[in-house]
Write a protein that binds this ligand. Structure first.
Ligand SMILES: Cc1cc2nc3c(=O)[nH]c(=O)nc-3n(C[C@H](O)[C@H](O)[C@H](O)COP(=O)(O)OP(=O)(O)OC[C@H]3O[C@@H](n4cnc5c(N)ncnc54)[C@H](O)[C@@H]3O)c2cc1C
Length: 451
């Protein structure tokens, strides 16, 4: 259910184990890399973190070369961007990781083309899943309703031995499970009320086209506005501004630009003043973290799995969802390939959920501390206090210390486990070295290696 990143990548893995895999998608897929209504977030920045790059490459060998060949900008961090958090500008040290900042539509189209070339995988486009077949002990397929053509509005059934929910953050699967007599999962939520507005611009020649590829101001509990400009594949920039509940960024032309003045530095506002808008601003407000605990005890049927945003949705400001969709597909592949264990529904679901744990800990851990955060998981555990103390020291040193910076970036980009932050050289810098005085202005150029 759902033919976006999580659905396509799950289909790709399952094609190695099934006679036939059918992807059911509400939208009709566009020709080429176009935004589509079933993925409204596609108009907003979508960075692909290193953990996601590794996962995609392992699922679809050669994928990163295809992405590069299609023009997706590959941005070295922290060298190629002017970045700031809490009034501290980051030193532009040599890159220790890269992110891809091309459009979401382009990335999805490349994945779709690769995955749907497999003859085992079929697609039913322009059809809504409207319910499940089966009972509390076993899901046996789905009910579909066509959205267009002569059969518009007609319902039919599609039987299946395994149904995978990849229908995104707005999934109705919990209600559909209840309707067949099974139990809906417990849902953990943390909602900061974060809202985005994004718009594509072409910058004035000479600005953001040399060795500074983009800007980014990150939010924090003390400074809740974020904003930046990230390069797209055609040389334009996708500009985002964001704020919290009650102070959402507007989508009017002038008001969008004026909102950038709320950032703690005039850099983005100045750039916008001279840049040419290529689209209207688009808003987005559904940014709650939500994790559906199908792994916990309950009356759950066999033959039903959830993945991607339908299983675990993150506040998008941390840029993790696509990476986790790909890492979850790798987890699905690995658990199905394990000859020592019978892949029961519960065992497979646990493995898929485990692939999102680090990303959840990062976004839930940070969002709990944001002013006005609400939800069922907003309370931390007492043990979080010691971790918070250590993390605050990491964050103070991260913008300027090469050792702490490398370690923290590798964790945030889902390329290395959280334990990396406690490796002896990192712990020494965090515990015993004073934080360097913050840079109060953005460095104009990358630092040279060894400088
Ligand atoms: C504003 C914003 C910015 C983001 N930025 C980033 C970022 O920088 N980096 C990053 O990695 N991630 C980012 N994400 C997260 C990313 O968009 C998702 O995590 C990613 O798309 C995973 O997608 P998915 O396939 O699980 O769901 P989605 O991409 O949401 O797709 C769900 C699919 O299911 C289909 N569907 C829904 N209901 C039905 C139904 N009943 N029947 C049939 N089909 C159905 C939809 O049409 C859609 O195609 C961002 C998200 C948002 C909201």
């Amino acid at each position: 259910m759902g033919g976006s990143l999580a659905g396509l990548l799950a289909a790709h893995v399952l094609a190695g184990h099934a006679d036939q895999v059918t992807v059911v998608e509400r939208d009709s897929f566009p020709e080429g890399a176009q935004p589509r209504s079933g993925v409204p977030q596609g108009r907003h920045p979508h960075v692909l973190l290193e953990g996601g790059q590794t996962a995609l490459e392992s699922l679809l060998p050669g994928f990163l070369a295809e992405l590069r060949a299609a023009g997706a900008p590959r941005v070295g961090m922290p060298s190629d961007m002017a970045q700031c958090q809490d009034g501290r500008w980051f030193r532009r040290l040599p890159a220790t990781t890269h992110i891809y900042t091309g459009s979401r539509a382009q990335l999805e189209e490349l994945v779709r083309r690769r995955v749907l070339a497999n003859p085992v995988i079929g697609v039913v486009e322009g059809s809504d899943v409207v319910g499940l077949l089966g009972d509390a002990s076993r899901v046996r397929g789905v009910r579909l309703r066509d959205r267009s053509g002569d059969s518009r509005g007609e319902e039919r059934v599609l039987e299946a031995d395994l149904v995978v929910d990849a229908s995104g953050s707005g999934t109705k699967a919990p209600q559909w499970l209840t309707a067949i007599g099974a139990e809906a999962p417990h849902e953990e939520t943390i909602d900061t009320g974060l809202a985005y507005a994004s718009r594509i611009y072409r910058g004035k020649p000479g600005a953001l086209d040399g060795d500074t590829l983009g800007y980014y101001v990150y939010p924090s509990p003390a400074q809740v506005h974020a904003g930046g400009a990230l390069p797209l594949e055609d040389g334009s920039h996708l500009v985002i501004v964001s704020g919290l509940r009650g102070d959402e960024p507007p989508t009017g032309d002038d008001a969008f630009v004026a909102y950038a003045k709320k950032l703690p530095h005039p850099l983005l506002h100045r750039w916008l003043d001279e840049a040419e808008p290529l689209t209207p601003p688009f808003g987005y407000r559904r940014t709650s973290n939500a994790r559906r605990r199908y792994d916990l005890p309950g009356h759950r049927p066999a033959g039903f799995l959830a993945t991607g945003d339908a299983l675990c949705t993150f506040n998008p400001i941390y840029g993790q969802g696509m990476a986790v969709a790909a890492m979850s597909a790798v987890a699905l592949r690995d658990v199905l390939a394990d000859p020592r264990e019978t892949p029961t529904t519960l065992r497979v679901q646990r493995a898929v959920l485990a692939a999102s744990k680090q990303a959840w800990d990062i976004s839930a851990g940070a969002d709990r501390k944001m002013p006005g955060a609400v939800g069922t998981a907003v309370e931390g555990k007492p043990a979080d206090r010691a971790a918070d103390w250590y993390l605050a020291r990491v964050q103070e040193r991260y913008p300027s210390d090469p050792v702490v910076g490398r370690a923290f970036r590798s964790v945030l980009t889902l390329a290395a486990p959280v334990t990396t932050l406690f490796a002896p050289p990192v712990a020494r810098a965090v515990l015993f070295q004073p934080a360097a005085p913050p840079l109060t202005e953005p460095p104009a150029a990358p630092e040279q290696p060894g400088a």
